[in-house]
Design a protein around this ligand. Sequence first.
Ligand SMILES: *Cc1c(COP(=O)(O)O)cnc(C)c1O
Length: 377
Amino acid sequence: MAEPLPYGRQSIADEDLAAVAEVLRSDWLTTGPAVQRFEADLAEWTGGTPAVAVTSGTAALHVAYAAAGIGAGDEVVCSPMTFVATAATAALHGAKVVFADVDADTANLDPAAARAAMSPRTKVVAAVDFAGHPAPASLYDIAHDGGALLLADAAHSIGGRLDDRPVGSMADLTTFSFFPTKNLTTAEGGAVVTGDERLLSRAREFRNHGLVRDRSRQRFPDEGGWHQEVHEFGLNYRLPDVLCALGSSQLRRLAAFKRRRAEIHARYTAAFADLAGVRTPVTLPGADPAWHLYPLRVLEGRRRALYDHLRAQGILVQVNYIPAYWHPVFADLGYRRGLCPNAEAFYAQELSLPLFPDLDDDGVDRVVDAVRAFFGA
Ligand SMILES: *Cc1c(COP(=O)(O)O)cnc(C)c1O
């Protein structure tokens, strides 16, 4: 059988290896100069909006919600068409997650549904740039009109743009993931991005145990030069220098990654244009997505059969995602199926085809031929 083709995978070049080796030989393995460098490099992709590097996309969400100050009695309006972490990290802070339905075409949070799901207790509206397509810009005003902040889970979409504005510049808080399948990798890693000084300082503190080093803010500033104190609980979510160096090196390759992902995306879409059994992904006017996934929609209840057919040939397709509230942890809290019909219909059809920068045209054609053969085309 031919080589297995995963739905996503990292691209590691010699320059990435050299960047990591250089840090391993240096004085700092963690919390040194490579962290600030990576954060500055990230800001070049977010229109200058400052970034806080953390240990994963999940940590980034946990930190972002901490910065927003959510807790028991607060509500977070959340897209269900996402990896469970977008909702789970809000629940871990004690907030109630209120799922609002997605747009039937893009699977991004639907602005009207988000507005309808808000209440006076809503502190955050959490959108997801599904597959790399930025969420609607109108969500910002909808969140703010209701006295809430907009969080963009941009785990899929670093490098994407909407109406000429970069992802990372459009929400109060934006989070990234640098897991190997994502648009760039630090093995594990993530970042929180915010243009708000107060949110930024709270995010930095939560990443580092809540430690306050600024003497002007300390309760006991004359304790001695060693002194630091905790005013609010935090965690250790620091991304080491070793991984930040990999991140900076990967960012230098991000434009090429995005270009190749777009080429593969276009090749799939052209190859399936005449195929009645599927629908190809939608790009809205003004959007310049950074395609992380190729979410093909398989019609007539044949998604499971096509999944099994492709997997049997070593084409390791994936399904993104089971609606978040279908997870038993939410079902046990009383969330019922049927809550978000568009998300459930999308889930029933979704199949993520292999999409990663090192996938060559022969690999793409192998996937295309296998899908077409399944439909007898
Ligand atoms: C990957 C992902 C996360 C979590 O990121 P990790 O780095 O794996 O912790 C969160 N949200 C979405 C939409 C993701 O795709």
